[in-house]
Design a protein around this ligand. Structure first.
Ligand code: B1M
Length: 212
């Protein structure tokens, strides 16, 4: 039976072919999906990040670890997500221009979806103007989420918030990502900051309820 440590090691070492079996085994052993995600996979990505910073591994290894985590999350998804199917309205989501990180953004999308929203995922490296065009094309959408993972794309997040606000479309903007803080979110005029995907789903629901 696989343990959380087995899952973490597989992500760290980029064992993409083994990960789905290990996650299944860990679920079979009764380990909660949220623990496998948090302690196993997200913990492993932090180790990968630290090794990268210490020049022990390089971008290709980070990519393989990311691919492995994505495959593992596919198995976890039905165990983490509910099936409320869009009853809370639409939610536009993307990683800001210049930033290619999407694992955290995808987790946010998954949790938001499970909270009952229909998620319109714009992907990564999304120009601020694309957010605006998509909001205009979906006038019933009242909440937008933007993710940034690099200190160098914090400015891009600021620009995204500014451009959306300037378009005056009446949407609430949620922001998040590893370098983002409540203080920064306040500085750039975002409507909400949450540190993780679970909190993002709770906040999105709260905002949607307040707009009713
Ligand atoms: Co990148 N990378 N990376 N990387 N990478 C980091 C972020 C880094 C911290 C690693 C390090 O040096 N320790 C570092 C940033 C340093 C900094 O800015 N201070 C870094 C760097 C430097 C880079 C490159 C510049 C490397 C290079 O090319 N020399 C480059 C930049 C490319 C670009 O974006 N333009 C790069 C590239 C890559 C890969 C493409 C190889 C790959 C990404 C693959 C992919 O995403 N498809 C990658 C990876 C995998 C990482 C690490 C190892 C893992 C990221 C991750 O997926 N974490 C990362 C180190 C780390 O995070 N410890 C690192 C797991 C994920 C679940 O967490 O995304 O933080 P996270 O999401 C969290 C919260 O932040 C929050 O919820 C999630 C959890 O519940 N959240 C939100 C996220 N978005 C939210 C939105 C919300 C609310 C909450 O509301 C809307």
């Amino acid at each position: 039976m696989a343990t959380i440590q087995d899952v973490a090691k597989a992500v760290e070492n980029g064992k993409a072919k083994l990960i789905q079996g290990l996650v299944q085994e860990a679920l079979g052993a009764g380990i909660p999906a949220s623990d496998i995600l948090q302690e196993g996979m997200i913990g492993a990505m932090n180790v990968v990040g630290a090794k990268f910073q210490a020049n022990e591994i390089f971008v290709p290894e980070m990519l393989v670890a990311a691919k492995t985590m994505k495959k593992g999350v596919e198995v976890l998804k039905p165990h983490l997500a509910g099936d409320a199917m869009g009853s809370m309205g639409k939610y536009i989501l993307g990683t800001v221009a210049g930033d290619l990180h999407d694992i955290g953004k995808n987790l946010v999308g998954m949790m938001i979806e499970s909270a009952g929203f229909e998620v319109i995922d714009l992907g990564v490296d999304v120009p601020a103007e694309t957010f605006v065009e998509t909001i205009k094309a979906n006038p019933d959408c009242k909440i937008v989420g933007a993710s940034a993972l690099l200190t160098t794309t914090m400015d891009s997040l600021k620009n995204t918030v500014e451009v959306i606000k300037a378009a005056n479309l009446g949407v609430k903007i949620m922001v998040g990502g590893a370098p983002i803080t409540q203080e920064f979110a306040d500085q750039i005029g975002a409507d909400a900051y949450t540190p993780d995907a679970g909190a993002a789903a709770v906040k999105a629901k709260e905002i949607a309820e307040s707009l009713k």
